[in-house]
Design a protein around this ligand. Structure first.
Ligand SMILES: [Zn+2]
Length: 298
């Protein structure tokens, strides 16, 4: 009996050694990409997130432990240089494999809504290249963009020691679920799609365009900025005239400012475009959460 037990343990041990330690390490630059990887690749890989919960892709300074994560990853999945310029600088010093959403074909790239105050000294989102309009870096809020990224995963299977067929199968299952979910959200938001919403910075554009929602010019170019008094008065007028009753607030937005703008019938609904409050869920949970927030707000 004892011999049998030892034998069984010997059989099991190589498997247990294939636990978290031995699994390939995939580093997602932001939480929504980690959500996608978790949803598609499941337990076959260890998924870690580069950004700390206190950071957004607009941040530019990182800790030494973040730099280590970049070095130790078997594969880094990120948005790409134009959306994450600071991470790009950090990655320039490493040799690891990477998959950038912006390097893929068919990725929809929208420009940030131009702000009148933006023509002066303010320059948000770190754009050194002036030939193009500023890219809206919130690319993950387009389900189609995320689908393109998922479709690029089977080509990475070899590098991660995974079977390409298994990954392909997981991707097609994810794609089917996403198509169904997209239709469900479209139906959920259709009754309120004519109602305008406003946000502190231009965070929701990809989601709004994906589901035909009406956004008005955001309050500021970034949540770091508050409107000047002329802009504030114009905003109050605009909110009144256009009957805007929904403010979609990012966690970084200035609550006191939003409360001064959004009075009477107007509602403030706070949601995180990065889904940092959702825990270790899949990308579909982020989409559902956003859809429910918009439905509540509008
Ligand atoms: Zn943002």
């Amino acid at each position: 009996m004892r011999t049998l037990l030892v034998f069984v343990l010997l059989l099991i041990s190589p498997l247990s050694a294939l636990g978290a330690e031995a699994r390939p390490r995939v580093l997602a630059s932001i939480e929504p990409l980690a959500m996608l990887l978790r949803e598609v690749l499941g337990e076959t890989v260890t998924v870690d997130t580069f950004l700390l919960p206190s950071q957004t892709p607009h941040d530019s300074s990182f800790t030494p432990s973040q730099a280590r994560k970049v070095q130790q990853a078997d594969l880094i999945v990120w948005l790409g240089e134009d959306a994450e310029p600071s991470l790009a600088k950090l990655m320039a010093r490493t040799q690891g494999d990477e998959l950038a959403m912006l390097s893929l074909e068919g990725i929809y790239q929208r420009e940030m809504v131009a702000m009148e105050e933006d023509h002066g000294e303010h320059h948000d989102h770190n754009h050194e290249d002036h030939n193009h309009g500023p890219l809206d870096p919130h690319l993950w809020l387009s389900p189609d963009n995320m689908l393109q990224l998922a479709r690029a995963l089977p080509a990475q299977a070899d590098k991660l020691g995974l079977a390409r067929e298994t990954v392909s199968h997981a991707v097609s299952q994810f794609a089917a679920r996403l198509v169904a979910q997209r239709q469900a959200i479209q139906a959920q938001l259709a009754p309120v799609s004519e109602r305008p919403y406003i946000s502190h910075h231009d965070a929701w554009g990809y989601f709004a365009e994906s589901f035909d929602l009406q956004q008005v010019t955001p309050i500021s170019a970034s949540t770091e900025l508050s409107p000047g008094s002329r802009r504030f008065i114009a905003l109050v007028k605009q909110i009144e005239q256009q009957g805007i009753r929904c403010v979609m607030a990012e966690p970084e937005s200035r609550r006191a400012l939003l409360e001064r703008l959004c009075t009477g019938q107007c509602r403030i609904v706070e949601t995180d475009p990065l889904g940092r409050d959702l825990g270790k869920v899949g990308y579909s949970a982020l989409l559902d959460n956003l859809a429910n927030s918009f439905a509540r707000c509008l």
